[in-house]
Design a protein around this ligand. Sequence first.
Ligand SMILES: Nc1ncnc2c1ncn2[C@@H]1O[C@H](COP(=O)(O)OP(=O)(O)OP(=O)(O)O)[C@@H](O)[C@H]1O
Length: 446
Amino acid sequence: MEPTTARILILDDDADVAFAARMLLRRRHGEVTVLQDPARLALALAQGVPDVVLLDLNFTPGRTDGAEGLAVLDLLRRQPRPPAVIALTAYADVPLAVEALKRGAGDFITKPWDNARLLAAVDAALARRSTACVAGAASILMGESPAMAAVRAMVASVGPTEANVLVLGENGVGKELVARAIHAASKRAGAAFLAVDMGALPEATFESELFGHRKGSFTDAKADRDGRFQAARGGTLFLDEVGNMPLPAQAKLLAALERREVTPLGADRPQAVDVRIVSATNLDEASLFDPGVFRPDLLFRLNTIVIRVPPLRERRGDIPGLLRHYLAHYEAQYARPARALSNAAQAALLAWQWPGNVRALRHACERAVILAAGAAYETGDFGLGTPAVAPSALAAPALDDQTLGEVERGAIAAALAQAKGNISEAARRLGLSRAALYRKLEKHGL
Ligand SMILES: Nc1ncnc2c1ncn2[C@@H]1O[C@H](COP(=O)(O)OP(=O)(O)OP(=O)(O)O)[C@@H](O)[C@H]1O
């Protein structure tokens, strides 16, 4: 797999830990640097702000209060374009990790980590980093269309309640932004918002990830560990891609939601949980109501309120505003001159089907800002690509005539067709994380 161009910084005083993380991440990412002394961070930042920082919260041996790490986190968050931060904590330190989440870290990993989990966390951080920049802006959910106004009105009215909300919509329509907006409008806004990709949780570790475990409950359980339900205590747990969970996992989630308590693996007593559940899926409603795909009793628990976010092609009135917003955003980010849209480009972008919705529009704007060379943005700068490939055209062509890129494009298109457009499922078939698959979809204009 080709490495990404992401810049990753590991801040950890433990040389062995930093070395292990660097070796692992270097296989997948372009630039991975290590700093063992936080005093040298200012100098490192002056040379460029990384995309992701893995931040140990305690540097001085013997210190466990996390004050040093939290101070570094504040410094990172004050950067003009702050990096995504993944806090590294000792296994017993979940309260400290939660404090880091409240102060702007995007995720946390407990040491010793699971390699697959660390790689997935970095991928997710890279994908979310851009969202976080927008989330910081005043207008989180942009769009002048009546459909978006209705979504915002729903968010404003259900946000302050404790009702569970299910957000429905295709990939890239803004479901996670809606979930964040609900959290921001709720009484829990000061506590953590924790997103979990339910479609990507392996069945074997599902319970321990969500509900935690006790030392010795399985071979690798070297210490007690809280799960996501405990970590989001007092806040909002965002169950993303909830429609992609296998049925046995659905039963376990249902039991936790019904009883409002979870039992960590190996524990003899359940623990009460205090989380508000917002979930999202890109399943169409026919599949969602198919008991062979999704348990009706679980659906009943999750969908107290349903918010449907329509695809961008059904609210084209939002396109001009989103284009203006993201072009200006990337012009500022890449220090590029402000350009107007040519009339032809404006017409083409308005007419485009946007199969990847707002995410694709956003990436198209980034690409145009980087590539544009003329006085105005032209259609070609946006790399709209060819319309979706028909599944019938996906029979594998002879390898001899193809470049590696074409083979990759074909494999991705075939996996998407087999997964009926379900991104998590296609990513699983390809052995990629969702974030990595999104990057490849952009690259190939799919
Ligand atoms: N209304 C909006 N205003 C501004 N930006 C938006 C809007 N909707 C989506 N975006 C941007 O589009 C991208 C995708 O949004 P988001 O991750 O919320 O979509 P999603 O529906 O949760 O996607 P997926 O189903 O793939 O998880 C993000 O970068 C987000 O900032």
